[in-house]
Design a protein around this ligand. Structure first.
Ligand code: FAD
Ligand code: FES
Length: 310
């Protein structure tokens, strides 16, 4: 695989602490060419619950300074006695810092690659490529934004966790809707993470086990939340069903910024192979866009539901 290996030439060493969540820091990150292969050391790797694992890496570069919420890395999972993953596996960034060279992932063990990944002991080496993709729109500059809603399910939680921290750092109030199979799968603490986010969050948990996550139950509940309090943005990740639900609900709120981080099977992760295209409707103009390159974050209103194309 050909990988554009660029270095962070304008980063001075010794590395400074991760800067506060400022617009200047975001702009600096966007100006810096950072897509690279990073050799990492596993600092921590443990089970969070029966399905999810937490992975903390120390990279060979200050990746925490240049990685934005919503972006992802391609992980080169190891070859083991029983599994031989060939393609790199895309994983959203779950967290960065506080050291400039540390980065975190939260992943579900589902198949060949993640099963092999789960065998990595602390101290092992792992190559990752990134950061890849775009980031969420979040207005932290003006006091015009007061409250945002996050609707998460499954791995969507890992993708949106950095957005929670960024919004909380800016003092934005959070309406958090968490959907899970059961209470045991919820990972509420793993999503909110900081005391600041917990203090700002109005959390609504829904489950498959009691039917509260079903579309018929959740759709009116989200409509009520949006009608009761003004929201400036709605974000989602992790469920096509929730995405379609929000698309319907948001018809009544055209002023609300609405974004989804899409998950799509990928090969190259860098815009070359076209294996990740999805259909979007931009003001009536139907376009195939690459989730890895033009996304993974897209306006919710632009997404065209699942379609067969050839
Ligand atoms: C942008 C992005 C961010 C993601 N972030 C996370 C995350 O933070 N945490 C997490 O647990 N999962 C995340 N996923 C899903 C993760 O990539 C898959 O679960 C993983 O690739 C499965 O690999 P596997 O070899 O274990 O499974 P297998 O089923 O054996 O994989 C076979 C092939 O299909 C691909 N594939 C399978 N499922 C998916 C999927 N859902 N999305 C994309 N490719 C898939 C694999 O990469 C591999 O090439 C993300 C996916 C994308 C596209
Ligand atoms: S994964 Fe190859 S173009 Fe997106």
């Amino acid at each position: 695989m050909s990988v554009a290996t660029l270095t962070c030439a304008n980063v001075t060493r010794p590395w400074a602490p991760v800067p506060p969540d400022t617009h200047a820091a975001q702009e600096a990150a966007c100006r810096t060419p950072t897509v690279a292969t990073h050799r990492c050391r596993v600092l921590a790797h443990r089970a969070v619950n029966a399905r999810y694992r937490y992975l903390r890496l120390q990279a060979d570069a200050p990746v925490a300074l240049t990685t934005q919420p919503g972006q992802f890395y391609q992980l080169k999972c190891p070859v083991t006695d029983s599994d031989a993953p060939f393609l790199l596996r895309p994983m959203s960034v779950y967290g960065t810092g506080p050291e400039p060279d540390t980065i975190e992932f939260l992943y579900n063990v589902t198949g060949v690659g993640t099963r092999a990944l789960a065998t990595l002991p602390e101290g092992a080496t792992l190559d990752i490529v990134g950061p890849l993709g775009n980031t969420f729109t979040l207005n932290t500059q003006s006091e015009q934004w007061q409250r945002v809603m996050l609707v998460a399910r499954g791995v969507g939680l890992a993708t949106m966790a950095p957005l929670v921290q960024r919004a909380a750092a800016a003092g934005l109030k959070l309406t958090v809707v968490m959907s899970a199979r059961s209470e045991a799968d919820l990972m509420r603490d793993e999503f909110l993470r900081s005391p600041q986010a917990r203090a700002l969050a109005d959390v609504h948990c829904v489950f498959d086990t009691d039917g509260s996550s079903a579309v018929e139950a959740l759709e009116p509940r989200i409509r009520t939340l949006l009608e009761a309090t003004p929201h400036d943005a709605v974000y989602t990740c992790g469920s096509h069903r929730l995405l379609m639900l929000l698309q319907r609900v948001l018809h009544a709120h055209p002023h609300i910024t609405a974004e989804v981080a899409m998950e799509q099977r990928m090969a190259c992760g860098m815009g070359v192979c076209l294996s990740c295209v999805r259909l979007f409707d931009r003001d009536g103009d139907k376009q195939f866009l690459r989730v890895c390159r033009e996304g993974p974050v897209f306006p919710i209103r632009d997404v065209v539901g699942e379609v067969d194309f050839g």
